[in-house]
Structure formats: structure tokens, C-alpha cells
Design a protein around this ligand. Structure first.
Ligand code: UDP
Length: 351
């Protein structure tokens, strides 16, 4: 039984669900953490994800309220379905609730993207990662560094490096996405002639002062900036009366995976506070400027393709002027992580 609930999890599950269904029965639970068409349905359509067997409506509220509601809803569902394994992805409230509800019922838990650490406990995602990992029986890691973090923390479960499932999806869909230049035309930008930006994390958008700095930074960047605006960020901008502060930035609605990847593949560089987008920029060979002080995707920084600038305008400008390295080693596997996840799940079931 797989628990997913938001945009990056739909992308990750796309690498696993169809393979899992060839080898076993999967029950897909969508918590409804992201429920808008732009953040949910388009991903099910484009990534050919199976329709969830259970579509819940547990979005909204604080992290605590949301996690609590999810735990209450998942417990009876797990009791009825009695799965052999519960599979969770990433670092959201759906991840933690799925892992904890299963562990409390002594159902084995497998966590994909285990061991990622920003070492910033102020991020709600960091708390979710750490707690989900310590509730898991099978910890599936994207690379060697997270596996090392887990060993250091002494987790109880088995740690396996499988590679990153987003690599599978990126490899599969990049050729199709590259051709989708209509989205560039709609944004009135030329290949290689614009910056792509995303921002949605609490640490970037919840405090109006930081939000204003974000807007000022984006406006000050050289050349056109395309910003597919996350609904959370739009709501915060509206509440703070700051939408006008983005004048000059090409603000578009949140995009489906293919259009977003098209914009990413053809961008001169990416500015983001997203975890997944840092990784996807690296895979695409597009320099990334991360609007945070820390990242869990440290290998991309060490490789010279990602720079951490916080919300410092000058640092962002300097990062954009940097030459990118000639080398781009395959940090996150070979695009066959989904297969290894399925094998590890089947082995866990046999134990
Ligand atoms: N993404 C998308 N459309 C957008 C912005 C992002 O399809 O307008 C995709 C992106 O390609 C990546 C995922 O959403 O696969 C990242 O999700 P997000 O930034 O919301 O979450 P995070 O990775 O920070 O947890």
C-alpha cells in the first residue's frame, strides 16, 4: 500500500507504481494533501499513474493538524487493507503519517528517498524525514551520502542504495519534454535566454519580509524570469499585498511535469527553493541557484552545479555569472531505481 499526497510524490511514484503492479498488488492512497488540478490531476494524466484506490481529502490546516488527520484516517484504512508493506516517498506530512500509522500497527514500512538531511530542524520537511526514517524497516537511498547519514544515526531498518527514482522519470520523459517548446512561446522566451524560478517552502514564503526579499531578488535578476507560481506562494503574496512586487517577472500558473521540464531543459539557469528541482536541474545540465542556506542535495553543490545563496541578491547574481564545470558525474544512479525499489519491496515481503 502506497501513500502519496503531493506533487513531488506523484513524480516519484511514477517510477515505481507501474513496475510494482507487474510483480504484486498495489493499493494507492492519495491523502489529498495537494488536491488542485494543477498540482495533482495533471501528474496522474501525464505520468500515467494508476488511479488511487483511496482518494482522501486531508489537505489544509497546520502541519500538526494535517498529520493528525492523516493518522486518524490511515489507521482504519490500513486495518481494512492489511497490506504486507506500506511504501512512502520523500518528506511530506503524508510521508510521516503513512510511516507512523503503519509502524504503530506493526506493518513493515519502506521509505524511498530515505536519509536525506539538510540538518536544519526548522524545516518541517526535515522533521518528517528523520521521523519517517526511524519508523521504517526498509530505507531506500538515492545515493551513498544519505545511506551514510542513516548509519550514523543508527536507524533500525535495512539501508539499501537504489539510486534516485526521479532520474528514471527524467530520463524517460526528457525527450518528449524537450520538444514541447510551445510553453516557451507562451512565456515569450527563447531557449537559453531566460531563468526559470520556483519557490514554495515555508522558510521562503511564510514570512512577509522574506517573501518581499524573494520578489526583489527575482525582479533584479538579469534577463527574463519565468515563475510558475505555487498556490501557497500566490496566497502568501496576496495576503501580504505583494503580488505587484513581481512586476516584470513572467508569472504563470503551476505547470504539469512535461511543460515544466521543457522550461527547465531550455533554461539558462534555475532559481529555486525546491528539493526536486535542484536535482532535476543537475540531471538536465542546467546550473542551479538555490534560494536556501542549506540543502539535502549536497552532491550537486560539491559538483559545482548548484550554489546556495539564501535570498541574497548579489550572491544570486554572482552565482549566475559562474562558469559551470565541464564534468557532470551520474550522482543519483542510472535511471533504474524503480526496478530496485520493487525488488527490495518483494524481498522485504518474503522476510
Ligand atoms: N514541478 C512541476 N511543475 C511546476 C513546478 C515543479 O511539474 O510548476 C515538478 C518538478 O519538475 C519536480 C517536482 O514538481 O518533479 C518538485 O516539486 P516541489 O518543488 O513542489 O517539491 P519538492 O521537491 O521541493 O519537495
Amino acid at each position: 500500500l502506497t501513500v502519496i499526497g503531493n506533487r513531488p510524490q506523484f513524480v516519484k511514484a511514477a517510477a515505481v507504481s507501474f513496475r510494482l503492479r507487474e510483480a504484486a498488488e498495489e493499493v494507492l492512497v492519495h491523502t489529498g494533501q495537494h488536491y488542485d488540478a494543477e498540482l495533482s490531476q495533471v501528474f496522474f494524466d501525464e505520468l500515467e499513474l494508476p488511479r488511487p484506490e483511496h482518494l482522501l481529502d486531508l489537505g489544509g490546516g497546520t502541519n500538526t493538524e494535517q498529520t493528525g488527520r492523516m493518522l486518524s484516517a490511515l489507521a482504519p484504512l490500513l486495518a481494512a487493507e492489511r497490506p504486507d508493506v506500506v511504501l512512502v516517498y520523500g518528506d511530506t506530512n503524508s510521508t510521516l503519517a503513512g510511516a507512523l500509522a503503519a509502524a504503530q500497527m506493526r506493518i513493515p514500512v519502506a521509505h524511498v528517498e530515505a536519509g536525506m538531511r539538510s540538518f536544519d530542524r526548522a524545516m518541517p520537511e526535515e522533521l518528517n524525514r528523520v521521523l519517517a526514517d526511524h519508523a521504517s524497516d526498509l530505507l531506500l537511498c538515492s545515493s551513498a551520502a544519505p545511506a551514510e547519514h542513516l548509519r550514523h544515526e543508527g536507524v533500525a531498518g535495512e539501508v539499501v542504495v537504489v539510486g534516485d527514482v526521479m532520474v528514471d522519470v527524467a530520463q524517460l520523459l526528457a525527450p518528449r519534454a524537450r520538444e514541447r517548446t510551445a510553453v516557451l512561446e507562451a512565456c515569450e522566451v527563447e531557449p537559453g535566454g531566460y531563468l526559470l524560478a520556483t519557490a514554495h517552502r515555508a522558510g521562503t514564503v511564510d514570512d512577509p519580509e522574506r517573501l518581499e526579499r524573494l520578489a526583489a531578488l527575482l525582479v533584479a535578476m538579469p534577463g527574463p524570469v519565468v515563475l510558475p507560481l505555487h498556490p501557497r506562494t500566490r496566497a502568501r503574496l496576496e495576503a501580504a499585498g505583494l503580488l505587484h512586487a513581481l512586476a516584470g517577472v513572467r508569472v504563470v500558473p503551476p505547470l504539469g511535469y512535461l511543460d515544466f521540464t521543457a522550461l527547465l531543459l531550455h533554461a539558462r539557469a534555475v532559481l529555486t527553493d525546491s528539493g526536486g528541482v535542484q536535482k532535476e536541474a543537475y540531471l538536465a545540465g542546467v546550473p542551479c541557484v538555490t534560494l536556501r542556506d542549506r540543502t539535502e542535495w549536497t552532491e550537486t553543490v560539491d559538483a559545482g552545479w548548484n550554489a546556495l545563496v539564501g535570498l541574497d541578491e548579489d550572491a544570486a547574481r554572482a552565482a549566475l555569472e559562474r562558469e559551470h564545470p565541464a564534468e557532470r558525474p551520474p550522482l543519483y544512479g542510472d535511471g533504474r531505481a524503480g526496478e530496485r525499489v520493487v525488488q527490495a519491496l518483494l524481498a522485504l515481503r518474503e522476510r
